[in-house]
Design a protein around this ligand. Structure first.
Ligand code: UD1
Ligand code: UDP
Length: 365
């Protein structure tokens, strides 16, 4: 029996790794060990309980207002003894977080093979997104197996000289998750509140946007709501205190903007499915929204997910107040522009990515 260890620590990693953990657990060929770093706490626990995944290890590293140093050092430090005790045949990490980077580095020091789920995404600008572009390139430098979500991510890896024989196009496991969450008979107090209005679903948290860019984004959104009586905004706030302080300052006194706690993933996916449009700087939402046929305005200057831009459902609008305002205004007033973005396309696979990864590991280990 081969021992597969999955190590993750933040909300988006959990959403995309839990379906894979469950798939591996179903297979007798593997001993599956889940270890969470606890880089996130409440936002991670919400997802673990939603998917009923119970970690064998929890490094519990999260601190209020933690720095990149705190995260990287604490993970490296606490992971060592666990990897020494478990000696897995492979460690699977996900995406571009500091958890993924620090884990891959720890595995490299101990010469444990790493499988990178969601490998090959690139902007080729190390500062956008920061520090994620560095993290994912660094993980790909160290990885043994590359689970690329699309042909485009495979091409990026090939261009960098990664061997074709170790790259596998699997689709993105987020579609596996989406398949289990979206329901037609769903109700929630927030959707009741938004009923009869055009609902904008907002998320924002990127480190490089915190400060003046986030103020500009939020000011544009505030103006849109002030100017458009049939629009309501729901903003499940990220738990980063810097993000929350800015949101409260910019949105105070506008009762058509609901600032709420992070939603569990089932609620959030169903709210996405009912939104008129989505405004975000998130990575994962850029993959989910095209599958749901929802226009997404991405408040960033670059994206590592060009598939949705090519398909027409994502548009990069930057973080300037004028450009965010203009893009939202256009979608609210120009029906043709709205309909051309609201096409249901899904460049990220058929919901079988976890099964494919498990099959590949069964052959390769
Ligand atoms: C992290 C990832 C980012 C990912 C994002 C998803 C890194 C460097 N960043 O950014 O790639 O897009 O997660 O959301 O890996 N906090 C809580 N409770 C929680 C989660 C966060 O209180 O459950 C607060 C804490 O004060 C924490 C702060 O948010 O110090 C920032 O968390 P951190 O993981 O360092 O950065 P994120 O911005 O969440
Ligand atoms: N999400 C969630 N609850 C929320 C907001 C987002 O479950 O209140 C999900 C969303 O569906 C997506 C993921 O969280 O799968 C995105 O996480 P985040 O934006 O924190 O990180 P990123 O994808 O930018 O790394």
């Amino acid at each position: 029996m081969k021992k597969v260890m999955l190590i993750f620590g933040t909300r988006p990693e959990a959403i995309k790794m839990c379906p894979l953990a469950l798939e591996l657990e179903r297979r007798p060929a593997f001993e599956t060990v889940v270890c969470v770093t606890g880089q996130h706490r409440q936002m991670l626990d919400q997802i673990l309980s939603c998917f009923h995944v119970q970690p064998r290890y929890d490094l519990s590293i999260m601190r209020e207002k933690q720095t990149l140093f705190d995260v990287t050092i604490n993970i490296l430090d606490r992971l060592r003894a666990i990897l020494e005790a478990e000696r897995p045949d492979v460690v699977l990490v996900h995406g571009d977080t500091s958890t993924a980077f620090a884990t891959a580095l720890a595995c490299f020091y101990m010469q444990i093979p790493v499988g990178h789920v969601e490998a090959g995404l690139r902007t080729y600008d190390l500062y956008a997104p920061f520090p994620e572009e560095f993290n994912r390139q660094a993980v790909d430098l160290l990885a043994r197996f590359y689970f690329a979500p699309t042909g485009l991510s495979r091409q990026n890896l090939l261009r960098e000289g990664k061997p074709d024989s170790r790259i596998f196009v699997t689709g993105n496991t987020v579609i596996d998750a989406l398949d289990t969450t979206v329901r037609t008979d769903y109700t929630h107090p927030e959707t009741e509140w938004a009923h009869g209005s055009r609902l904008i679903l907002l998320t924002a948290h990127r480190r490089e946007n915190i400060g003046p860019p986030m103020r500009s984004m939020f000011t544009a959104i505030r103006r849109i709501v002030d100017d458009t009586p049939d629009v309501k905004v729901i903003y499940p706030m990220h738990m980063n205190p810097a993000v929350r302080d800015m949101a409260r300052e910019c949105f105070a006194g506008q009762d058509r903007i609901h600032m709420i706690e992070p939603m569990d993933v089932l609620d959030f996916h169903n709210l996405m499915a009912r939104a008129y449009l989505i405004l975000t700087d998130s990575g994962g939402i850029q993959e989910e929204a095209p599958a749901l046929g929802k226009p997404v305005l991405v408040m960033r200057d670059t994206t590592e997910r060009p598939e949705g831009v090519e398909a027409g459902t994502l548009k990069l609008v930057g973080t300037e107040e004028a450009s965010v305002y203009a893009a939202v205004h256009q979608l609210l007033t120009d029906e043709a522009a709205y309909l051309s973005m609201a096409r249901s396309v899904n460049p990220y696979g058929d919901g079988n990515a976890s099964r494919r990864i498990a099959d590949i590991l069964a052959c390769q280990l």
